[in-house]
Design a protein around this ligand. Sequence first.
Ligand SMILES: O=C1O[C@H](COP(=O)(O)O)[C@@H](O)[C@H](O)[C@H]1O
Length: 262
Amino acid sequence: MMASVVGKKERKKIVFPSKKELSEAMAKYTANLSAKFCKERGYFTLVLSGGDLISWLSELLKPVYQESIEWSKWHIFWVDERVVPLDHKDSNYKLAFDGFLSKVPIPVANIYAIDQDCAALGDAKGAALLYEECLKRLVNRNIIRTYKSSGFPQFDLQLLGMGPDGHMASLFPGHYQIKDKANLVTYITDSPKPPPKRITFTLPVINCASYNLMAVCDEAQADAVAKVFQDNFDLPSAWLTADVEAIWFLDQAAASKIPKEH
Ligand SMILES: O=C1O[C@H](COP(=O)(O)O)[C@@H](O)[C@H](O)[C@H]1O
């Protein structure tokens, strides 16, 4: 495993021969943390993103995990969501539900999608406000922990992806949302990647998580990955840290342009 540094924090990386090994390792990583947090506090708070990541999560559907994971203790959130109806093809909720969540026994009440009315109306501001309120309620119920003295929500694990432009969640290069340090959840109405209306966790919330796993595959992302590992902070993904561990899982194609010394 190799590591570089963001501020005072390490940015670790593991390069896998292919997507298959990457998804196996991601399943193992997630299952191990689930066991740790379920034992320590009786809950596992897992934050998902959209994109390719969801198909790699299907490893967790294998019998070994189906039988051993304490699914009833899982609580599922989204690091970002497109403000479209929940049954729309662009919805991150729908992607995760169809590909993963509908196939494991996580209680429906533990799956926190964005507000359905705001989603149907395309009300990004309202959706962000209500999602933030939802997080605060779960902090009050001690389902989500808080980060040290800041009071920011602290998730156990976030599984993230990066676009070829270096965006993570719905924090895009050159857009002001990356600088938002006041809110837990913010919104964008002119996303450069369609659909335009989205909500997203802000960077402080993303970086408060105990563990952040960024999974990136394919050559299309290789330039952005190389920029991140050369500390090009114009790319939102270069800012990713975590309380305990921020780790990048890359396939060989995505890692192919990282200079040797990184
Ligand atoms: O639009 C989005 O894109 C990113 C990256 O997706 P990928 O398919 O390039 O991995 C994703 O992480 C985010 O959740 C999603 O809304």
